[in-house]
Every structure is written in structure tokens, then in C-alpha cells.
Design a protein around this ligand. Structure first.
Ligand code: ZN
Length: 363
């Protein structure tokens, strides 16, 4: 089913194509080669075969969570490149992602814990800056939506019947003078999908910049620029993305957000597009300020990919979380009084919302 969704998108979705062709594809510094999913190994960008210029890769979006962290470190980096990553030790979420990428026909996957040398400050600094691009240029992002940690895996033990909620039946009754016709009587159930990703601070940028997302939770779902599909509703409801009634209990991102932020190749329709962009930015910051970050010092970094696109697309000047072109409005932020999270100092100048760290901010 996932392959079907992906192929349909690659072949027939014009908006998704435009998105990927609009910019020169850029590869991450390192990728995990999953040609043999039982023996994955690290490969550096400059060692990839030049004969295949259009190398595509999958990125993984997941929650680190609790438990032992399996990471690439300075000590094991050369081993992971030369002899491979020991599959036996890999957390279940990574194993599942590697198998999913391989089954979908991809040779490379990007996983932050493996593709960034986690005890090398210079490497971390460099790579975290590029996170936006990594998700933006991935052909597909696999999201471990239902996994509370890297050890939980994609597939939860069973689909609990209590998580299945009844859905209203789509009945369209067409009455003519003598006859009544009932159309589209669907009786599928909807899942209340577990979502461990939506509260992560980094997810906002990943979700906005991702062109195609394949999500694993109590059920598998697909989201691209044109469609949202799920196992319980595998039919394509193209063109209906913006209607409120199609957003069920399954967690789906606001497609409008996508249009706003990935619109560097789209026509600007509003008479004052910058005003709309800034307004969307402030709404996004409000949403973002409620999300969690493991390191409060990442507060601006976790948005750097989105801000860079807005800056380059609209030729605006980015000032530590605010915009020079809309500074009067931007400076009117305030930290919500009932927030008990510890503020992080020295992250940004005192006039920006980012200076108070990861606390609830309103404009
Ligand atoms: Zn698509």
C-alpha cells in the first residue's frame, strides 16, 4: 500500500513534482546504505557513486525517548563505515525504518543518531544547521509517529479495538420525484492515532519542509502536497485537503501550513503576501513555543531551515526569530504567565522571544 501511495505521488502529483524539481537536490554529509538491510553501513557523501547523480534518500523522523541511546560516536565512526552498523544492537525503530526504506526500493536512509557524530561538537553544529535541508531534499520522510522512543519500533503489539472510534457514514441521498438513491455508504472505522512526534520542537520544521511523509502508528498513513491517505481510508481524496470535515481524529498536519511555507515555487496570491507570511510566522512560533526541545539552546536552530527559506524566497531580513520588515509587530511578544518551564539564558538578544528559551510565547 505504501508503495502504491508513493508511486501515485511520484507519477501523477504535479504539485509534489514541482516541489522536488524546484530546487537543486542536496545530499546530507552521510547516509546509511541499506542495500542489505541486515548489514547497513555508513557512507559519506563524497564516496557515493558519481554515475548516479540523482541519488534519492529517505529521512527518518522519530522521538529519541527513554532508554539506551544508540549513536554514531568518534570511537565507532570508522567501524560503522568500514564493517557496518551492528544490526543486533540497533534500536527497533531504526531497524524498522531501514527495512521500510529497503522495501520501498531506496538504497539510502538518513537517521540523525547515525549520520551525525554525536560527540563531535563541530559536526553537530554543522549538521544541525542543515536539518531543514535534509528533510526538504529527502524524497520521502518516514515518521515513527506511534513510537514513544527509538526502541519502540513502528509496529505496536496490537491495534487496540478501543482506539477504533466509529465514524459517521457518508450518506448522500439524492431525491428525485419518485426515487431515492443512497450513495457512498462507507462503514470504515477511524483510529485515534497515537502521535509521539507532534510535541517535539524539531518536528515543526521537519513536517513543514517534508515533501512526502509516510507515517507509522496504529495505522499507516500518507501525506504529500496533494493527498492525505490512511489504511482505513486508502482512497485518494485529492483536492479535498483544505476542507474541515476531512480532518478526522487521525492526526494530520494543517495542509495550509504546507502551502504557506513550501511556497517558494508557487504564485503569490495575496495583495500583501509579506503580511500573510509574517502572520503565519507568528502563529507558527506560538505553536512551536508549546512544543518540547531536549536542548533549550536549540530553540532557534530547530527553525533555521524554515527561516532560511522564507528569508531567501521573500528577500527578508531574519533577526533571531523576528523579521526586520515587521519588527514593530514582532517585538510585541510576551511570555505567557502560567508557564513553569525554566527559561534558558544567553540564547538570543533580550528583545526576541527566543531569549526566554522554550516557554509559551504569544503575540
Ligand atoms: Zn503527492
Amino acid at each position: 500500500l505504501a508503495r502504491l501511495w508513493r508511486d501515485e505521488c511520484l507519477l501523477n502529483h504535479t504539485r509534489c513534482q514541482r516541489g522536488s524539481n524546484g530546487a537543486e537536490p542536496k545530499l546530507p554529509t552521510r547516509l546509511v546504505d541499506v542495500s542489505d538491510p541486515e548489514r547497513p553501513f555508513l557512507q559519506e557523501r563524497h564516496t557515493l557513486p558519481r554515475s548516479r547523480p540523482n541519488t534519492q534518500y529517505v529521512a527518518l523522523s522519530y522521538c529519541w525517548g527513554q532508554g539506551k541511546k544508540f549513536r554514531t560516536l568518534r570511537d565507532n565512526y570508522e567501524i560503522f563505515k568500514a564493517t557496518g552498523i551492528p544490526c543486533f544492537d540497533l534500536p527497533q525503530t531504526f531497524k524498522d525504518a531501514i527495512h521500510a526504506a529497503h522495501s520501498l526500493g531506496y538504497q539510502y536512509i538518513w537517521i540523525d543518531a547515525l549520520c551525525i557524530i554525536q560527540d563531535d561538537d563541530g559536526d553537530l553544529e554543522n549538521e544541525l544547521k542543515n536539518m531543514g535541508d535534509i528533510y526538504r531534499y529527502a524524497e520521502l520522510t518516514i515518521c515513527a509517529q506511534g513510537a514513544a522512543s527509538s526502541h519502540a519500533g513502528f509496529f505496536q503489539s496490537s491495534r487496540h479495538t478501543l482506539s477504533l472510534v466509529p465514524r459517521s457514514v457518508d450518506l448522500r441521498i439524492v431525491s428525485t420525484s419518485r426515487e431515492t438513491t443512497v450513495l457512498n455508504p462507507t462503514l470504515t472505522g477511524r483510529f485515534n492515532v497515537k502521535d509521539y512526534l507532534s510535541s517535539r520542537g524539531w518536528i515543526l520544521q521537519e513536517d513543514i519542509l517534508t515533501l512526502r511523509a509516510l507515517k507509522f502508528s496504529d495505522q499507516m498513513s500518507w501525506r504529500c502536497m496533494e493527498t492525505i491517505q490512511m489504511e482505513t481510508e486508502p482512497h485518494i481524496f485529492r483536492g479535498a485537503l483544505y476542507s474541515q470535515e476531512n480532518r478526522g481524529t487521525d492526526h494530520v498536519p494543517e495542509p495550509a501550513t504546507h502551502t504557506e511555507y513550501s511556497s517558494q515555487d508557487q504564485a503569490i496570491c495575496s495583495p500583501d503576501p509579506l503580511r500573510d507570511i509574517f502572520a503565519s510566522w507568528y502563529s507558527m512560533i506560538q505553536l512551536y513555543s508549546d512544543m518540547k526541545l531536549t536542548y533549550a539552546s536549540d530553540v532557534l536552530r530547530a527553525l533555521s531551515g524554515v527561516s532560511a527559506i522564507l528569508r531567501d524566497t521573500y528577500r527578508t531580513t531574519y533577526l533571531a526569530g523576528l523579521w526586520n520588515e515587521d519588527l514593530f509587530a514582532g517585538l510585541c511578544w510576551y511570555a505567557s504567565a502560567n508557564d513553569t518551564r525554566v527559561a534558558f539564558r544567553h540564547t538570543a538578544p533580550s528583545w526576541t522571544w527566543a531569549s526566554v528559551g522554550k516557554v509559551r510565547v504569544r503575540f
